[in-house]
Design a protein around this ligand. Structure first.
Ligand SMILES: [Fe+2]
Ligand SMILES: [Fe+2]
Length: 248
């Protein structure tokens, strides 16, 4: 039994309305085939695969049908976290997505899943992405404060959702946590945030996030051990479509 993760599949079997600038380059060529092949040689039906958001470019369940079929065809139990591009997944639709595609797929929102004696907790998260103002040497000298204010509101809503996920797991008797966020836990100007504070508060062992794709974005947030919590980026192109093993 093992726990794996990867994010940012950006599937588009059911739509050709794809912003190509987001998924361009050699690493994205036939990435669905590469990922399926990598999973098939690695993941068994006893294993769990957490897909960390930006699953599909489809804007509604109809346009996502073939993408869900692809995800269903991957080996193991699949747990899905919301990403910023997942237009098919309004929080209010979580129940109906689970009844339509469960139990093979679990859409995790304001809830938790289990893996052995661990609780899998998570939410989409949010990080401020600028715009940042740079000097001639490329150093950050300021940013759009109005956008930063709006970002703070989104962060606070996501923190409430994350706390709900932790609290439900705690009330059910779980004391060991693996935490998933689609967005990185910190922006490029932070080394701690409400998300890292919450990971520390509940004693999460490992925080896995995605969203940072394209080589220039791979190191936008924290990686490795920080204040007792391990952080890993698991966006698909960063991992070259090889699922990241989290637990045995
Ligand atoms: Fe993405
Ligand atoms: Fe994203």
């Amino acid at each position: 039994m093992a726990l794996y993760a990867l994010g940012d599949l950006h599937l588009h079997f059911g739509t050709d309305k794809v912003p190509r600038d987001q998924i361009k380059g050699r690493l994205w060529k036939d990435h669905e085939t590469k990922f399926l092949r990598n999973c098939s040689g690695l993941i068994t039906d006893e294993d769990t695969l957490v897909l960390i958001g930006d699953h599909s470019w489809g804007r509604n369940p109809e346009q996502c049908g073939q993408d869900f079929e692809y995800i269903r065809s991957l080996p193991g139990r699949k747990i899905l976290i919301r990403g910023n591009h997942d237009m098919f997944w309004d929080v209010k639709k979580t129940g109906s997505l689970n009844s339509q595609y469960g139990p093979q797929l679990t859409f995790l929102q304001n809830s938790f899943a289990t893996y052995g004696d661990y609780a899998i907790v998570g939410t989409k998260g949010f990080t401020f992405e600028g715009p940042f103002f740079l000097d001639r040497r490329g150093r950050i000298i300021g940013w759009d404060e109005e956008k930063e204010e709006h970002a703070k509101q989104l962060v606070s809503r996501e923190l409430e959702r994350l706390r709900m996920s932790f609290e439900l797991a705690k009330q059910a008797g779980y004391g060991k946590y693996i935490m998933f966020l689609h967005y990185p836990p910190t922006s490029i100007i932070e080394d701690r945030s409400g998300f890292t504070d919450m990971a520390e508060e509940y004693g999460a062992e490992h925080v896995i996030y995605a969203h940072s794709h394209g080589e220039s974005r791979f190191h936008d947030s924290i990686e490795g051990e920080m204040r007792g919590v391990k952080y890993s980026l698991a966006s698909g192109d960063f991992l070259r479509w090889q699922p990241l093993k989290i637990l045995n």
